[in-house]
Design a protein around this ligand. Structure first.
Ligand code: F6P
Length: 328
């Protein structure tokens, strides 16, 4: 069997570890693997990863030493052409022409939605892996890259706290997550932030100022408020609105942005990537298709792609209450 692997959408720490797991699992079972460059664009362009031996195939040694590396050696992209019916059909035709029997796309919501669309018209098997820092997919406890992104955010917030404390200031820290506040909420709990603004829970400016005023009355002299990228109009606009509404703290804003996508994956992300990459190949060899390999309660699970991509993961009320209780 010839299995294609690709990374698509925003890169996430652990994608390399996942490709490594796909390659090593497939090759040890006697199958061939090819890596497409730049996500789905690589299928449309027939652009393969070419190893040092000049071969299109990925071998055991092609993935040596990458388990610890951030980014993705297969590179990634968002591919608007593939998202069109014509583009999806073109990809299916090219995969057939190349003799590819199965595909493991590694990415987030858009990537797996694309995989599901491809599966409707292509005869090959498709099992995807959850590669996104956003942790917004259903059916898996975590996505590859999320824990590393939270670690990076917490390290940055810890540093900002020093300045916030020294100057009795409030920092608004914008973190990635267009539709999902998961990174923001976990960072807030782990870094001891006083407030978190997430897209799932919009707040009136007046209520936010009242909360900050109460925190000041409770003796808080510095505030860190983490704000998800997808929260209303962004952190700079929010700072202005808070100033206009009489926020009692002097404020500065920081946008961490793509910093969260970089860096070497933490051990948990390497393990998650290894488990899901391995499961994706085993599932394909068992005849599965239209699935995502995830992890629930530390055990590998297969989830229908439709379930994984349906809406966005619901934020945990327990975590919200925990932050509310501990941030006073
Ligand atoms: O999906 C991952 C993600 O990092 C989101 O958190 C963010 O909104 C988006 O990608 C940014 O995408 P780009 O790198 O294409 O600007």
């Amino acid at each position: 069997m010839q299995i294609g692997v690709l990374c698509s959408g925003g890169d996430a720490p652990g994608m390399n570890a996942c490709v490594r797991a796909v390659v090593r699992t497939a090759v040890s079972e006697g199958h061939e693997v090819v890596g497409f460059m730049d996500g789905y664009q690589g299928i449309l362009d027939q652009n393969f990863f070419i190893g040092s031996a000049g071969s299109h195939r990925l071998f055991m040694r092609s993935v040596s030493g990458i388990v610890k590396n951030g980014g993705t050696f297969l590179h990634s992209s968002r591919c608007p052409e593939f998202a069109t019916p014509e583009g999806t059909q073109k990809a299916a035709d090219i995969l057939d022409k190349l003799g590819v029997d199965a595909l493991v796309p590694i990415g987030g919501n858009g990537t797996l939605a694309g995989a599901h669309a491809l599966g409707k018209i292509w005869k090959g098997r498709i099992v995807g892996c959850p590669g996104t820092i956003d942790n917004d997919l259903n059916g898996t406890d975590f996505t590859i890259g999320f824990k590393t992104a939270v670690q990076t955010a917490v390290e940055a917030v810890d540093k900002l706290r020093d300045t916030a404390s020294s100057h009795h200031r409030m920092f608004l820290v914008e973190l990635m997550g267009r539709h999902c506040g998961c990174i923001t909420l976990h960072t807030a709990i782990a870094a001891g932030c006083e407030a978190a603004c997430i897209p799932e829970m919009p707040m009136e400016i007046g209520a936010l100022v009242e909360k900050l005023t109460n925190l000041k009355k409770l003796g808080k002299t510095s505030i860190i408020m983490v704000v998800a990228e997808g929260y209303q109009d962004g952190v700079l606009e929010l700072q202005k609105k808070l100033e206009d509404a009489g926020c009692p703290f002097s404020m500065r804003s920081v946008v961490l942005g793509h910093l969260l996508r970089g860096g070497d994956p933490c051990p948990d992300d390497r393990i998650l990537a290894s488990m899901t990459g391995n499961l994706a190949v085993r599932a394909i060899l068992d005849g599965e298709t239209d699935k995502m390999a995830g992890v629930q309660n530390n055990r590998p699970v297969l989830v229908p792609l439709t379930e994984a991509i349906e809406g966005h993961r619901v934020i945990s009320q327990e975590e919200l209450s925990l932050l509310e209780c501990l941030s006073r």
